[in-house]
Design a protein around this ligand. Sequence first.
Ligand SMILES: Nc1ncnc2c1ncn2[C@@H]1O[C@H](COP(=O)(O)OP(=O)(O)OP(=O)(O)O)[C@@H](O)[C@H]1O
Ligand SMILES: [Mg+2]
Length: 468
Amino acid sequence: MLAYLLIICVAFYVVTASLIRLVGEYLFSQKVSDEQRMAGELAVALSEPFADRDAERLYSDVRSASESTGGRIMVLDLYGVVQADTYSEYNGTQLMRSEVAMVLSGGGEAYGFYESPESGAGSFLLPGLTVDMIGLYAAPIMADESMAGVLVFITLAQDMYQSLMYIQTQMILWLVLVALAVAILSLFVSRFFTKPVSNLITGMSQMTRGDFSGRVKVKGKSEFAQLASTFNMMCDRLESLDKSRSQFVSNASHELKTPLSTMKILIETLVYQEPMDEGMCREFLGDINKEIDRLNLVINDLLTLVSMDSGEMKVNMKSASLTDMLNETMRRLQPLARERGIEMSAAIAQGVTVNCDPMKLTQVFYNLMDNAIKYTGRGGEVKIELVRKDKKAIARVIDTGIGIPKEDQMHIFDRFYRVDKARSRETGGTGLGLSIVKQVVLLHGGDITVSSEEEKGSTFTVELPLQG
Ligand SMILES: Nc1ncnc2c1ncn2[C@@H]1O[C@H](COP(=O)(O)OP(=O)(O)OP(=O)(O)O)[C@@H](O)[C@H]1O
Ligand SMILES: [Mg+2]
């Protein structure tokens, strides 16, 4: 930051310095040409009284010209001897200045500048005057086309010097002002750029501490804003993952704890209650056995999900007949349906093959059919359909059961989600079945959807890519 500021200041100084130089040179050349012209005009005006050797007229002309121009005028003859002087100081003395010599030698007009008060230059303009700078102009006085003398015109160069000084101080003032403005602006600009970065750093360190609730403010459409909104999206995702992870753990422990507590009560009754007849004991042991089965089921489902989550699930892909798979699963579940008074029917297309892991895909349709039977009352119907459509195999499990309320339909594929908690417990469900189903279908490059109406029934549609 400081380096940039320094560079800007140096650049500005260089520009200012060269500008001062340029302005100075311009003013100088302007003044020189003006005054040189004036000296030439004076030489013409004074040539007549000088040539006529009219001393009185020459003096009065010299004095009035001095008054109107504000400079000192001297008229010299061809030997450099002063014939007339504004202040009559040099009359009769030879003024051998280099400019005079130059004119006398036929070099045309000449000028020179004299600085420093010590040189006595000031008094050269006005006796006793102490100034910093004077200009001396010499021009030939012509008479009848030949040089008759030299005109010396001395002016004060102080005004030019002062205006240059004035410009210089003004420019230095501007330099300081601009440098200050640049410093403030760059501070502001750098803050503008570093603020979002420091916000991001704060958000990230918050995240590193395991707190995903922090969000970064998004302003505008710059790259930083995009970065911030991507970061926020990442936070959303991580937060929801974190939430679902802890929800999963608490749900899982709840599901494991319930059969364990039931078993504990049953066992305590068996151990401490005396005397108990054999029939009662058998009933209790049978209940314990059921709870163990349930525990086993939950643990198996959990293990399946965990292995799918970690990506360690091994899939054994091969070409298999979906037609056979559906028929076989239906056959396995037929007794259960009969027992529940449910009529099962099928409209399964022949010879439909897909590339799949048959074990896992069978599990999918088993779960769907099991649900259809579980959530359909006595006298209901469950229909299995399989059709081919646009390089896809479309399988449907249709029931005339209790249906799923609209607001629950988007959640039924979530882990542990059950529409009617009490009823599901009664039917032995854990709410893991459909989430496993969905994961397996996605693993096969397929999709699963549900359409359902309360009290009318549900249809689960599984789409799988056909082989080849
Ligand atoms: N065919 C259906 N008809 C009505 N509701 C259903 C149907 N299939 C699923 N559901 C609802 O969706 C919920 C989730 O189903 P899911 O199969 O995941 O769990 P579950 O059947 O309760 O338990 P399990 O893990 O033993 O399968 C069920 O609890 C039930 O409320
Ligand atoms: Mg189920």
